[in-house]
Design a protein around this ligand. Sequence first.
Ligand SMILES: Cc1cc2nc3c(=O)[nH]c(=O)nc-3n(C[C@H](O)[C@H](O)[C@H](O)COP(=O)(O)OP(=O)(O)OC[C@H]3O[C@@H](n4cnc5c(N)ncnc54)[C@H](O)[C@@H]3O)c2cc1C
Length: 239
Amino acid sequence: LIVVADGVNSSWKKVLLKENKFKPISQSAYRFTIKSQNIPANFVNEDLNLFLDIGKHFVSYKLGKKNLVNFVFCKREKSKVTKSWREKISKEKFFEEFGKSDILESLTENIEHVYKWPIIESEIPKKLTTKNVVFIGDAAHGMLPYLAQGANKALEDSWCLNNILQNRSFNLATQLNRYSKGRLDRLKKLDKASVNNEKIYHLENLFLRQITKLFLRLILKYTPGLIFWRLDWIYKFKG
Ligand SMILES: Cc1cc2nc3c(=O)[nH]c(=O)nc-3n(C[C@H](O)[C@H](O)[C@H](O)COP(=O)(O)OP(=O)(O)OC[C@H]3O[C@@H](n4cnc5c(N)ncnc54)[C@H](O)[C@@H]3O)c2cc1C
């Protein structure tokens, strides 16, 4: 049994799942970190802060024990993006591309390096296995990160594969086919939800944006549990 887990640019996938294509790059991401003591207090909290804007959004959250706050920015991308995870750009270029706002202005002087990379999406393969080879994580399927489930999906894959392999009443081919069938249904659902979140996060129609903002504010104020209830199918997954 060979388990392929070499990420979204999987070289195994390029050979064994040749018919499975990458989607054109439609989004790009930027990232930098800032020391907690150097940023406005409203960013230093235990929450994940989400800021939505036209065609773009960003999140900020504290990083473990490192006394750093992580900022990740995503936007719809119309131009060409270098296919590298480590492209460093200047903060001036970052602001030129992502745009400036009052809230970002307060961070400017403490930004050192900004990394930019394309968000790579692949189509969902017809099968996650071929002969004695099985794909898990981003090697199986790369999706938009707007559900924050890519790494969790990889963990689910390995959990489910392990469970199925424990059942010795089936031969390997049957076990892998069962894994593939079960996971494909889940991947499709996660992928769809992620694409839908992109549409909400990056709404460009001003009228719809106002309605959505109002709707989210009301829910967060009066029935915050509704948001978590909506996500139960993700977080209460038993495998
Ligand atoms: C902007 C952004 C935000 C995200 N936010 C979240 C989030 O909040 N929550 C979440 O769950 N997910 C998130 N994700 C997605 C998550 O990062 C990925 O889905 C996850 O890392 C996939 O895990 P993986 O193990 O399949 O692949 P990877 O993390 O890519 O790991 C593959 C590993 O294989 C190694 N490798 C490659 N080739 C070889 C080889 N030949 N030999 C040995 N090793 C090799 C690579 O070096 C790498 O370490 C986000 C992604 C992006 C782009």
